[in-house]
Write a protein that binds this ligand. Structure first.
Ligand code: KIV
Length: 279
């Protein structure tokens, strides 16, 4: 169990609160979010001024190379989120609840979510879906004082049931169901929600229907904010290039060039030299 808590922010300015996110929606200001999985990138995205940082269970795929987010455990998420917390001073920090940590019973959901916040100092948890068990988990967590973010559309923990990563809500019935799901999550007490992989018209309708902020990923420009998986958007995760992704850097290229230059220097006897050695 991690006992190290991050001290209050020093010079980074007032931390963003859940209320600030709502005020941004009310004022028509877009909310910016990325994922992060360690202290280095947590520090960087926080310094870049994002409003929200999600320690997503996507870490199983992008950081650990697994084939599904379903293999990520609560302990692994806690370890990563506690690391990110040590770098994030300003943004709202969200802990993504792993598969089967909130579906089995509301008692387990509250116990696991409570443990997650206590051991990481995250602000809130996120959980997927609007099934009866997800809605019950949201209600129970909110009742226990744990802020919850919802997640609908493509929900990666249900990848098998949804037959893979596909755009959701394309026909009228599926779209109407997603609008109903969004409203149900809001009424259950969510303070915000992720809309993943859905047509622009649908995510716009949901965003306009909801009081709370809707944060899109692969859901077009009509949402109240956007989130991207950090290694994807900075070009560190080279193999992944879905249509919705915009790459803002080529970090993989920078790393390969730097490591190749280092290897060249070592092999050529140029590193270390006198200036980087002790006499
Ligand atoms: O796990 C994750 O990174 C997520 C985002 C894609 C929203 O759930």
């Amino acid at each position: 169990m991690s006992t190290q808590m991050t001290p209050p922010p020093a010079s980074a300015g007032r931390p963003v609160t859940i209320r600030d996110l709502q005020l941004k929606k009310d004022a028509g200001e877009r909310i910016v979010a990325t994922t992060a999985y360690d202290v280095l990138f947590g520090r960087l995205v926080d310094a870049a001024g994002v409003d929200m940082v999600l320690v997503g269970d996507s870490l199983g795929m992008v950081v650990a190379g697994l084939d599904s987010t379903k293999k990520v455990t609560l302990d692994q998420m806690i370890w990563h989120c506690a690391a990110v917390r040590r770098g994030v001073r300003r943004a709202v920090l969200i802990f993504d609840m792993p598969w089967m940590t909130y579906q089995i019973s509301v008692t387990e959901a509250v116990r696991n979510a409570g443990r997650a916040l206590a051991e990481t100092n995250a602000t809130a948890v996120k959980l997927e879906g609007a099934t009866a068990s997800s809605l019950a988990a949201v209600r129970a967590c909110v009742d226990a004082g744990i802020p919850v973010m919802g997640h609908i559309g493509f929900t990666p923990q249900s990848d098998s049931a949804l037959s893979g990563a596909r755009v959701q809500g394309r026909d009228d019935a599926a779209a109407a169901q997603l609008v109903a799901d969004a409203v149900a999550l809001q009424e259950a007490g969510c303070f915000a929600m992720v809309l993943e992989l859905m047509p622009t018209e649908l995510s716009r309708t949901i965003s306009q229907t909801l009081r709370i902020p809707a944060i899109g990923i692969g859901a077009g420009p009509g949402c109240d904010g956007q989130i991207l998986v950090l290694p994807d958007m900075i070009g560190l995760n080279e193999g992944f290039s879905p249509k919705f992704l915009k790459r803002y850097a080529d970090v993989a290229g920078i790393v390969k060039t730097a490591v190749a230059a280092y290897a060249d220097d070592v092999r050529g006897g140029r590193y270390p030299d006198d200036s980087t050695s002790f006499s």
